[in-house]
Write a protein that binds this ligand. Structure first.
Ligand SMILES: [Zn+2]
Length: 429
């Protein structure tokens, strides 16, 4: 189905009848001179009298297929490449755009991005192995597609040939290609180098990851700081422009001024509500424990087809709001300078009569209080790091935990915990 038609049907009915986040690498024309390749991430392509303007280059794994799709639509040179932000799935495929330019004897595109993007790419190089590791864990503890393995055996999170920005800006930047004016606006949100693009004459909005057809990725447990309040403010600014077509970097493009305003405003409202509640509780002197367990997003918000907590989830956003405004310490005195996990596990195990007692109780709790069950399973595992039956049980508990969780991030981390223990159980058998 045409992505605009699917978006309209899904938003207007409130029901998901078909997947909204499609990675087909197929190109669809959205309007005269505008096309979208649905991938991980998408690339949006604008045809002007001075070549193509491409928004995002997709990932290292999908970039070449995306370029092939663009080439079924136009042979014009790609004159500009705009990065909405520096995440691997938005810049990693840029080497394929460079290769396409070389093969066609075109000039390389001018790459335009926020000024902080370069530093992000430097950080990814510095933390290459960590970045591969957390992405593996985020997507389930299995060797991930998100890296490029070289002939010398090194795996790179971001390819060395990734195009660096030629033009950078701080708050906003405007340029023209042919008779098309393109405005870029920066706001901290998912990243500190994010931008959204606005075509004032057409009223087209390129929203990057501000909208992803999932609950906003503002909490990610393994990543650097996210900025919920500024994110929400940027969404309100977008609404004020009156966009008539919204092209996100994940999920479906959306048409219709009111429909777009609803999606932008609903997303802003849930972020604003979390920020307001967390700050109020912080000001009241509450601990992170009280805050995490005291705030809930209403079910009808999470049921909206563009706010489902299937990737990130509100509980993690709450933690990031705390971290941004209050540091990493959670307010529990013993966790300021904690004992080793192994020592805590061994001590509690010896008090209750052995790690077997802990894991037995963990198994009893698995259906009634799985959060508590996982704590006991961890303590048992730390107390008995090589014990096959205990780790086999811990692995089963985390398998069950994974099955009860909505988000990719929770599922991935719990799946990785299950694997970690099943490997110990195998080894020790
Ligand atoms: Zn993305």
């Amino acid at each position: 189905m045409h992505p605009l038609e699917l978006a309209t049907r899904t938003i207007d009915s409130g029901e998901i009848t078909e997947p909204t986040n499609r990675v087909t690498n197929e190109l669809t024309e959205l309007a005269d001179g505008l096309a979208l390749v649905e991938s991980f991430s998408h690339s949006a392509v604008l045809a002007t009298d001075e070549g193509l303007v491409v928004f995002d280059a997709s990932s290292a794994m999908t970039g070449a297929a995306v370029v092939d799709s663009i080439r079924t639509w136009s042979d014009a040179p790609i004159s500009s490449l705009v990065y909405t932000h520096g995440h691997a799935d938005h810049v990693g495929g840029s080497f394929a755009i460079a290769a396409d330019a070389a093969a066609r004897a075109h000039d390389r595109p001018t790459v335009i991005a926020h000024r902080r993007l370069d530093a992000r790419l430097d950080r990814y190089r510095l933390t290459n192995d960590w970045s591969l590791l957390i992405n593996q864990r985020q997507f389930g503890g299995i060797p991930s597609d998100l890296g490029l393995t070289l002939t010398d055996g090194r795996t790179l999170f971001i390819p060395d040939e990734t195009l660096r920005p030629d033009v950078t800006f701080d708050l906003s930047h405007s340029f023209t290609r042919g008779d098309t004016t393109i405005e870029l606006h920066h706001a901290r949100s998912e990243t500190d180098d994010h931008l959204w693009a606005w075509l004032p004459e057409q009223k087209w909005l390129f929203s990057g990851d501000f909208i992803i057809w999932n609950y906003p990725n503002a909490g990610n447990p393994q990543k650097v700081q996210r900025y919920a309040a500024e994110w929400a403010a940027a969404l309100r600014t977008m609404v004020a422009q009156g966009p008539e077509l919204l092209i996100p970097a994940h999920g479906l493009p959306i048409e219709g001024k009111e429909r777009i305003a609803t999606v932008l405003n609903d997303t802003a409202a849930t972020l604003e509500s979390l920020v307001e509640q967390v700050i109020a509780m912080m000001n009241a002197g509450e601990t992170l424990d009280a805050i995490v367990h005291g705030i809930e997003v209403p079910r009808d918000v999470l049921d909206k087809p563009y706010l489902r907590p299937y990737y990130d989830e509100p509980e993690f956003v709450i933690r990031n709001i705390w971290r941004l405004n209050g540091g990493w310490w959670d307010g529990a005195a013993s966790r300021l300078k904690p004992a080793r996990d192994a020592d805590l596990g061994a001590e509690i195990a010896s008090l209750v009569g052995g790690p077997e007692v802990l894991i037995e109780r963990a198994l009893e709790l698995v259906d009634t209080d799985i959060r508590l069950s996982c704590h006991l399973a961890d303590l048992a595992g730390w107390a008995a790091p090589d014990d096959a039956p205990i780790h086999a049980a811990r692995s089963r508990i985390y398998d069950q935990r994974r099955a009860t969780e909505p988000s990719v991030m929770s599922q991935g981390i719990f799946r990785a915990a299950s694997r970690e223990s099943s490997e110990i159980a195998e080894r020790s058998r």
